[in-house]
Ligand binder design. Structure first.
Ligand code: GTP
Ligand code: MG
Length: 140
């Protein structure tokens, strides 16, 4: 598997509890390199655009309200098999199902406030990175 990029968000529940460093320590320990990073407060519209694919889901309003409720840290991660590796370190969407040692097992509060986002494919990673970062903001 080649070197890949993926898109990561440290969500409001985690930034509020000062878990940015603890979460990034886990990502870095797994061999992922943070090659771009910004702390932003998303507007509701920006969150709605990001989660467009979930528009018809019953939790869409709750999700976009939550993601625009407080600052998040958005980042680009690079490494061997980065998309799958990031999702492995994140753990299952619902912390009750997440594996021991994963970010969501240790830090997530519930299925909605689950501390991190990670792209689910290389194609989506590219789209998500471009939604938030200009090329010159990604510095390797
Ligand atoms: P992301 O990396 O954030 O995309 O998580 P995921 O790929 O593990 O989950 P999915 O794409 O299916 O859902 C996107 C996000 O919607 C999840 O991370 C949750 O924050 C939220 N979500 C998913 N299911 C539920 C639910 O049943 N209730 C609520 N409130 N939120 C949900
Ligand atoms: Mg997803």
């Amino acid at each position: 598997m080649a070197i890949q990029r993926t898109f990561s968000i440290i969500k409001p529940d985690a930034t509020k509890r000062n878990l940015t460093g603890a979460i990034n320590a886990k990502l870095e320990e797994a061999g992922l390199r943070i090659i771009a990073q910004k702390r932003i407060h998303m507007t509701r519209e920006k969150a709605e655009g990001f989660y467009e694919v979930h528009k018809e889901r019953p939790f869409f309003d709750e999700l976009t309200e939550f993601m625009s409720s407080a600052p998040v840290v958005i980042q680009v991660l690079e490494g061997e098999d980065a998309v799958a590796k990031n999702r492995l370190v994140m753990g299952s969407t619902n912390p009750e199902d997440a594996e021991e040692g994963t970010i969501r097992k240790e830090y997530a509060l519930n299925v909605g406030e689950n501390s991190v986002h990670g792209s689910d494919s290389a194609e989506n990673a590219e789209i998500e990175i471009a939604y938030f970062f200009k090329d010159e903001e990604i510095v390797g």
